[in-house]
Design a protein. Structure first.
Length: 167
C-alpha cells in the first residue's frame, strides 16, 4: 500500500481509537505480540517570530545560545514522552536529532526519532519538536512577547506493520 492509500488530508484514518477498549475506557495498547523492527519518525514545529527576534536567535540571546538549549530540551523531551503522554509506551530510543532552519518569519524545528521496538516513535518525534519550539519561545520572550507555535506535525514515519507514511 502506498503512503497515502489509507490516509485523509491529516494522515491515517481508522474506524476506532486504539487506546479505548470496547467500553470506551482508556487502555495502553498491548504490543507484546508485535515484532520488534527499526522504526523512525520525523516531525516539525514552526515557531513564528518577528525578524528582529530571528536576528537575536541567530546572534544569541541574553539567556545564551537559544538553538542549543532548544536542541537539548527537545532531546530530553523525547526521552520523557511516556511520562508526559499517559498511554505512550516507554521506548528505548536509539537516536533523537533536533535541527533548525531559519525561514521567513521564524524558525522551523525538524526532529527525528529512532527505535528498535514493537511500537512507533511518532509521539517522541512530535514531543521533541513541540518542546524545542516551546523552549525557543522561552528563550526569546525577553525580546518579543508574541512568539508562537504555528505548526506541530508528523512529516513521516517508517517501520512496523503499517510501513511508511509521508505527509
Amino acid at each position: 500500500m502506498g503512503s497515502k492509500d489509507r490516509a485523509g488530508p491529516t494522515g491515517r484514518t481508522s474506524r476506532r481509537l486504539t487506546h479505548l477498549d470496547e467500553k470506551g475506557a482508556a487502555r495502553m495498547v498491548d504490543v507484546a505480540d508485535k515484532v520488534a523492527t527499526v522504526r523512525e519518525a520525523t516531525a516539525e514545529c514552526v515557531v513564528r517570530m518577528a525578524p528582529e527576534t530571528v536576528r537575536a536567535v541567530r546572534e544569541g540571546t541574553a539567556k545564551g545560545d537559544a538553538l542549543q538549549v532548544a536542541r537539548v530540551a527537545g532531546i530530553m523531551a523525547a526521552k520523557k514522552t511516556a511520562d508526559l503522554i499517559p498511554l505512550c509506551h516507554p521506548l528505548p530510543l536509539t537516536s533523537v536529532s533536533v535541527d533548525f532552519e531559519f525561514i521567513d518569519g521564524g524558525v522551523r524545528v525538524t526532529t527525528k526519532a529512532r527505535v528498535v521496538g514493537q511500537t512507533g516513535v511518532e509521539m517522541e518525534a512530535l514531543t521533541a519538536a513541540a518542546v524545542a519550539g516551546l523552549t525557543l519561545i522561552d528563550m526569546t520572550k525577553g525580546v518579543e512577547r508574541g512568539v508562537y507555535l504555528e505548526t506541530v506535525r508528523l512529516l513521516e514515519k517508517s517501520g512496523g506493520r503499517s510501513g511508511t507514511w509521508k505527509r
